[in-house]
Structures are given as C-alpha cells and as structure tokens.
Design a protein around this ligand. Structure first.
Ligand code: PGD
Ligand code: PGD
Ligand code: 6MO
Length: 827
C-alpha cells in the first residue's frame, strides 16, 4: 500500500478527502466520490455490492432482490480463499438455526431431565419471549441453588470478527453485570507454548510479530518450516484476513530462498516453495531437535559466545544432551532410532542450519501434544545454539503460519471494542465477591467430572468448582474438545447447556436451549484488516436482513440482562450504530495523536472501501529480538534472568514430574511405534484446508472435499493396500476411545504410518443415546485423548493419538448432521 510522509498525513482535511486528492488515495483505496457513484449505478440495476469482512478476508456482498448471490473478494486481496463461497452459503444452508428451540425433556420435566437424550434431536420451538425468560430464570436458579461458580461462561472458541458483535465478550458482559461465574484461561491453539514461553523468552510470543517477510527475502538462506504450513493456515485470520503471508511467500520464492519442511505431510507451503520434505514420525520432534543440538555441540558448530551472553542454563542442559546425567547421549544415532530418519540426515541438518542464515519457523501442532511444552522450549534452545536470534533473517519465528504473521505492521490506531464489564457496575462483580475462578480452558470436562478436587496449574493450585450450567456463545466444544465420548459422559453432570449459534452444530444439537443468532452479514460492525498487518479499517456492513427469527447476540443478551434488571447497564442506552461510530471516533483521536487524520465517520462508512494506513520502513524491515541482541541489559527479556532460559529455576521449583526444568524428551502416552502403543497408525488432526475448524462444514463448500459425503481420511498407499482399501472407499477409523466413518484418500503426500483426518468435522453419532456410538460423518475428536500436556500448562493434546483403519462393509448409515434436527432415536 502507498507510503506517505508524516507531513502529508497531518495535512489531511475532510475537504481534501472529498476531492479525491493523491493523498486521499493513500488512506482510502478508491477516491470516495467515485465509489459513491458506482454504488449508485449498482442500485439502479437492482444490484448492490456491499463491503464487509470475515475471518476469510474482506469482500463485497453482491445482493440481488435482498439475497446475497455472491461474496466477491476485495479487489486488493492478494490471495483470496475459495472458502468465501462457503461463507456466503452459511447464511442460507440447510443447517441454519431458524428459531429458538428447547430440548423436549428439559422443557417438560425441568433442568437436568433425561440428559442422555441430549443430541437425539427432539426439540420444541418456543417464542423469543419464552426463551429469554427461561434463560434468565435458569441462570438465577443455578446461582441461588449452587452458588455463582456453578455458572460456566468460559465459552471458548472462535466467533466472527467485529468490535461490537463479539459474542464471547457479550456473554461475559451479561454474566458480569448480573453476578459471578466461572471462566476459562488460555486457549486450544497455543495452550502449552503460551505458558512455557514466558519462562523461556519472557513473553507469550506465539501471537507476536516475527521478523518480516521483506527481511527474510533479503537475508534468509534457509527457511525451515517445522510443522508449519502458512499456505494453508493463513487463509484465515482472527480479525479480517489480509493474506499478507501469501505476498511474503511469493517474495521468498522470487528470491530463491531454500525451504525445508519437517512434517509428516507434504504441505502446501512445501509444494509452493519447491521445498525439501523431511518426514519424521509424528511427536518425535524433540528427539530430532536434540539430535541436531548434539551434532552442533560435538562438531563445535554451536555459538558459545551467543550462549554466554544471551542465555542462561546451557550448562545445566548440556549434561543431559551429552548423556552425562542418564547415560544416553542424545546424538543423531539415538534420535534417528526414535524419529525414523537416517542419522546422516540429522547430522546434515545440523551442519546446514549452522552454515547458513537460517530461520526456524515453528507451527503450533507440536505443542498440542502430550508434553507439548518441550518442543517449543527445545526449538528456542536450538536457535540459541545457532546464535542467529536478532540477526536479519535468522533465529526463530512462532507465528509465520498464523493470521499472516510476518506481514509488516502498518502505522494505525487500534480500534476500541465493547467490554465485558468485568469488575464494573454494581452487579456483584466477580472481582469484588472474590468468587472468580478460572480453569485451564481444556480442563472443563475434567472439572465436570471432579468437582472439589485440586488441580496443579503453572505453579498454583485450583480447586475445581461444581458447575451445573454451561453457556456457549462463540465456539463449538463438540468439535474442538478431545475424547468426545468422555465429554458426553461429563456433560450429563450439567443441569443446563445453553448455546447461541447460527448453525446446527453438534454443540447446538447437544444443548438444552438453542438461540438462533445472526451471521455477521446480517448486522453492522467494524474491524481491522490483518492481525499483524493492521493495514486497513473495514466497515462490516449489513448485507442482508436477518434470516428466519435470528437475532444479534447483542440484542439477545441485552434482553436477558434486562430481565435481570441490568438492561441499561448492558446497552448503555446506545444503538448498534452508536457503538460502531464510537469505536471509530476513538481510533480517529489516536490516529491524530500519531499525525494522521482519518475522514469523518459518515465518509468512511459510505465510501464502501477499506480505509488504508501507511507502512513505515522500520516496521517493514522489522527484526525480532534485534534490540535485545544490540543491548541485552537495556532491552532485557522478561524472564527471571533477563536472558533466554534453557534452564528455568521457577519450573524446577514446581517440581512437576511431567515438565522438567530444561527441555527433555518424555515419551507421550501413545505415538507411532511407541513402546506401549497399541494401534499402528498415528492420527494427524490438522487444521482443515476447506474450513475454519468446524465453520462452513454445514455448507455446500463441503462438496469440494467430502468423499461419499464424509470427511476425508488420507493415507499412504502402503497402509491402504495392506488393508485392501482403495481411494474413495468408506473406512472405519477406530481405537479404544471411539470410532468414525470417513472417505479414503490414498496419497503419497502423507508418510507411511500416519493418517490425516482434519479437525472440525461435525460429530454425527448414529445412536446418540449410546456413548461410543459410531460417528457417521468423521469428527476426529472421537479418537483423540482428553489428557493434559502437563501440570504446567494443562493444555489440550488434540494432535496426540493413534488408531487403526479398516474398509467399512456394513450398511452405510446416513449423515444427518447437516439438516434440521429431528428425533433420531432408533438403535
Ligand atoms: P469453530 O468451528 O471455529 O471452532 O474450536 P472452535 O470452537 O473455535 O467454532 C466457532 C463457532 O462459533 C461456530 O459454530 C460458529 O458458527 C460460531 N459463531 C461464529 N460467529 C458467531 C456469532 O457471531 N455468534 C455466535 N453465537 N456464534 C458464532 C477451534 C479449536 O479447536 C482451536 S482454536 C484449536 S487450535 C484446536 N485445534 C485442534 C487440533 O489441531 N486437533 C484436534 N484434534 N482438535 C483441535 N481442537 C481445537
Ligand atoms: P496444523 O494444521 O494443526 O496447524 O496452526 P497449526 O500450526 O497448529 O499443523 C501444522 C502442520 O504441523 C501440519 O502440516 C501437520 O502435518 C504438522 N504436524 C502435525 N503433527 C506434527 C508433528 O508431530 N511433527 C511435525 N514436525 N509436524 C507435525 C493452527 C492455527 O491455524 C490455529 S491455532 C487456528 S485457530 C487456525 N485454524 C485454521 C483452520 O481451521 N483452517 C485453516 N485453513 N487455517 C487455519 N489457520 C489457523
Ligand atoms: Mo486455534
């Protein structure tokens, strides 16, 4: 986007904007007057093109006769995702929730009645008035009977972008204003890494900016993608996707940067960059990294000066590496045995890493595994030994695959957003009552099953609360959580499960009260473009009217708060457009302080184009940890020693048997060819190519990848032929925890011994009342374990798990999860 000097920015005036001057083009992408004109022309033909944005990017909703017929990617999107077609279809799909619904047994017999019938599809339609009344009364009943902690409002998961219609914040706002509740801490994405990294590098790092692509293109010689696939994973962003990573990778390709991908699968990134594919057995990256570290040390290729000046504790780690402490040198031969690579390949990697300007780009999957803290810690240790941290194009990066990390950050204000009213108001705030409990987010099932027990977590102890009501608005726990069958058992402890969504997900199907919300495309909002780029502010305009009886989460929670006497506190007497205008005005003031003048709100809103912000050279050429390298005293890291900690005294003091004080190889509960592992195939539950988790699984976009109407299961020809499975067959994937049907995709793009079933397929139990039922569509989390990474982080292990596969020869059960729920009780 266009660069301009501070002088020209501060000279902006509204008049110059309207004139469509050269400077205007810098902030707005089209001269405003022109875009107004073209909109008029559209309107005359009965067609409109309305700007909005989503996790999948900015786009224009093409509307004809009140119906969105296409979502056209924003003209400046460098790499639109084909998923946009599914995003449009989510407005109209057969899986749309139409009316407020209540589970029959709950409605007729009261909270907690016949919990086994959750998921069997027997719902009764109620009016909005009844629904709001039921919810308000039930929250009050549970708080009065069991105490405030018995209401769980953690509601983990994704939502839609937008600073106002943030369903999760709005849920907490309603709960905070009306009393207390139990909440969650951490996330499923980086649960282990974000807890260990503050001890190692002094900040959570995983969501922070990496060395930018322009620097990589110029300086990096070896780009190592370690379980890291930005071509897939940066199709989406938490805010509105900018897809800057695609421009970045194009620059790497043009510059001829050598890429290596260490991954059990051939990734799209490796394919695009014509990279070298190295496939270790899943979950054995720590031995692989140790083998490389050992080679560096024994061949004197490590940077001792860097270790001395910028790190602490290498001396305590070294005896483990050399085997002095346990008699086992962690050399390349030892590592090769575990990870299934040649020892020479490992030694060669060490030499090449040390001999080039090397960037180690790590994805998140490896820390979503048993003892997942160790891989992140060991990668940082390896980067410390290489000594290139803080140099242009060297070191490590933890968000190259996520939301276009590495795309340069623009000079922009931060949009304000609606708050959750924590500690505010007189509604018996959780802070004041001291009843505030936060449980590690992936431990909710454990909490339901073990109230009153004590849990270790990151150096503290948590007494698990008794929870009787769970409320989800944003997030899909019946997709994201592991060990579905254990989860079903735990859910029976709940009296009441309330869900807001616009899609009949498995979560909505297992709820007692289901409230239909609008999609983003049926309401107005405002958001920034790019999580790291922050390059534009986007008006998210209403494209079509709410479908059926859908209402905004904001209005639903306002009505519930009102029933409980807090209606005004919830809305502050402001309408949707009042809030949006307020966020914009706040940003305008911040921009002015930075020497930039944004147009007045109405001009921005009516322009129908994203508002662009400038990019400064120092941000374009950002080098992570450069300042620390220059002066490690003045710019000390946030760790106890101010340096990278290869040994942590704090972690040592916790004394956890599953998280030692320096990076260590610990056997996971199960893995491919593990010593006590009972199934022959490792499951890769990657993030899907054609979805954002479970989102848009219920749309027509599914037809682009489904095999015989089911989620694909990729497997290597060797494993397929050993089981007489052919491409396109329906297969049963199973282990001790559960079973699912999937459609076989036989391909050389996956290493032998590994199968891939992407996370987010909708759970569709054939006999919902029976725990352990076959899932007829292919939810991989019926197979994964519900255990924690360790006592330190208590994070999820969605990427740990083994199973077997067989050709399915029985009568094929129907897939019913994508249509309106109906009683499905037989069997
Ligand atoms: P989504 O499908 O994005 O999954 O799990 P998450 O729960 O975030 O769910 C978002 C839900 O919010 C959808 O049902 C959507 O319709 C709804 N929604 C969207 N907008 C709105 C709105 O405005 N209002 C309301 N009320 N609802 C809305 C993701 C989680 O899964 C994550 S982040 C990770 S990293 C984990 N990854 C894995 C993994 O790698 N492997 C396994 N096995 N399991 C995983 N689970 C985790
Ligand atoms: P995954 O796809 O789970 O993504 O980002 P994350 O990096 O966790 O895994 C990335 C790579 O790791 C895959 O190529 C996989 O084969 C590899 N891998 C798996 N196990 C191992 C292992 O043991 N060793 C090695 N070396 N490699 C391994 C997740 C991030 O993606 C998150 S948290 C979210 S919330 C977003 N989700 C999506 C999404 O659902 N869909 C898309 N298209 N994009 C996303 N981006 C974000
Ligand atoms: Mo995530």
């Amino acid at each position: 986007s266009t660069k301009f000097s501070d002088a020209s920015v501060s000279a902006f005036s509204r008049r110059r904007f309207l004139q469509g001057s050269a400077a205007t083009a810098a902030l707005g992408s089209l001269p405003f007057s022109m875009s107004l004109l073209s909109r008029g022309a559209w309107a005359q033909s009965g067609r409109q093109a309305i700007l909005s944005g989503s996790h999948w990017g900015a786009f224009k909703g093409i509307v004809e006769d009140g119906r969105a017929i296409e979502f056209k990617p924003w003209a400046k999107d460098p790499h639109p995702t084909p998923m946009l077609a599914g995003v449009r279809d989510s407005i109209y799909s057969a899986s749309r929730i139409r009316y407020p619904m209540v589970r029959r047994a709950w409605l007729e017999q009261g909270p907690g009645a016949d919990p086994d019938s959750r998921g069997d599809g027997d719902f009764v339609r109620v009016t909005w008035e009844e629904a709001v009344d039921l919810v308000a009364r039930e929250i009050t009943r549970v708080r009065d009977t069991y105490g405030q902690q018995a209401v769980y409002g953690g509601s983990y998961g994704w939502k839609s972008p937008g600073k106002l219609h943030n369903c999760k914040t709005l849920l907490r706002r309603m709960l905070n204003l009306t009393g207390g509740f139990t909440s969650s801490i951490g996330d499923y994405s980086t649960g282990a890494a974000q807890v260990i990294l503050p001890y190692v590098s002094g900040s959570i790092e995983v969501y922070e900016q990496c060395t930018t692509y322009p620097v990589l293109a110029e300086h990096t010689e070896l780009m190592v993608y370690w379980g890291c696939d930005p071509r897939n994973n940066s199709q989406i962003s938490w805010q509105i996707a900018d897809h800057g990573a695609f421009e970045g990778m194009e620059a790497l390709k043009k510059a001829g940067v050598k890429a290596i991908s260490i991954d059990p699968l051939m990734t799209q990134t490796c394919e695009y960059l014509d990279g070298e594919w190295i496939a270790p057995k899943p979950q054995t990256d720590v031995p692989l990294m140790l083998g490389i570290a050992h080679t560096l040390y024994s061949e004197d290729l490590h940077d001792q000066a860097f270790l001395d000046r910028y790190t602490s504790g290498f001396d305590k780690f070294l005896p483990y590496l050399t085997g002095e402490t346990d008699g086992q040198p962690k050399d390349a031969d030892w590592a090769a045995e575990i990870c299934g690579l040649e020892a020479d390949t490992i030694r060669d990697l060490a030499r090449r890493f040390a001999g080039h300007r090397t960037m180690l780009a790590l994805g998140y999957s490896m820390q979503r595994q048993h003892h997942g803290e160790q891989s992140t810690w060991m990668l940082v240790t390896l980067a410390c030994m290489l000594g290139q941290i803080g140099l242009p194009g060297g070191g490590y990066g933890l968000s190259y695959h996520y939301s276009s990390g590495g795309a340069p950050t623009h000079e922009s204000p931060i949009l304000k957003a609606i708050g959750d009213a924590a500690g505010g108001g007189d509604g018996g705030s959780v802070d004041e009552s001291g009843s505030d409990i936060m449980i590690p987010v992936a431990r909710f099932v454990e909490t339901l099953l073990n109230p009153g027990e004590t849990m270790q977590f990151n150096g503290s102890e948590i007494e698990l609360p008794l929870v009787k009501l769970a409320y989800w608005a944003g997030g899909n726990p019946f997709a994201h959580h592991q060990d579905r069958n254990e989860m079903l058992r735990a859910w029976r402890e709940l009296d009441t499960f309330i869900v807001h969504d616009f899609q009949w997900t498995a979560t909505a199907r297992h709820a007692d009260i289901v409230l239909p919300t609008t999609t983003s495309y049926e309401r107005n909002d405002i958001e920034q473009l790019g999580d790291y780029a922050l390059s534009h502010v986007v008006a998210m305009k209403k494209i079509v009217e709410p479908q059926f009886e859908a209402r905004n989460d904001f209005d639903i929670f306002a009505a519930i708060a009102d029933k409980m006497g807090k209606g005004y506190e919830f809305t502050e007497g402001r309408t949707e457009m009042d809030w949006i205008r307020g966020f914009y005005e706040g940003a305008k003031i911040e921009a002015r302080a930075k020497g930039m003048e944004m147009p007045v709100f109405d001009v921005f809103w009516d322009s129908n184009e994203p508002l662009a912000f400038p990019l400064k050279d120092e941000q374009k050429y950002f080098v992570r940890h450069e300042a620390f390298r220059e002066d490690p005293i003045l710019n000390a890291l946030g760790t106890a020693t101010g340096k990278f900690e290869i040994y942590s005294r704090a972690v040592a003091e916790y004394g956890y048997d599953d998280c030692p004080p320096h990076p260590t190889w610990l056997e996971p509960i199960e893995r491919l060819d593990g010593p006590t592992t009972r199934y022959p195939l490792s499951i890769a539950s990657n993030h899907p190519r054609g979805r954002l988790h479970s989102q848009i699984c219920g749309t027509s976009f599914r037809e682009t990848y489904a095999v015989q109407g089911r989620e694909p299961c990729w497997l290597n020809p060797r494993d397929a032929s050993a089981r007489d499975i052919k491409d396109g067959d329906v297969v049963r994937v199973f282990n001790d925890r559960g079973q699912l049907l999937a459609g076989a995709v036989v391909t050389e793009d996956i290493m032998p011994g590994v199968i891939r079933v992407q996370e987010g397929g909708w759970f569709d139990p054939v006999t919902p009342r029976n725990i352990g039922s076959l899932c007829s569509y292919g939810d991989v989390n019926v197979l994964t374990p519900g255990i924690a990474t360790s006592k330190l982080a208590q994070a999820n292990c969605g990427q740990t798990g083994v199973a077997d596969v067989e050709k399915f020869t029985g009568d094929l059960p129907e897939v019913t999860v994508f249509s309106q729920p109906a009683p499905r009780n037989a069997g």
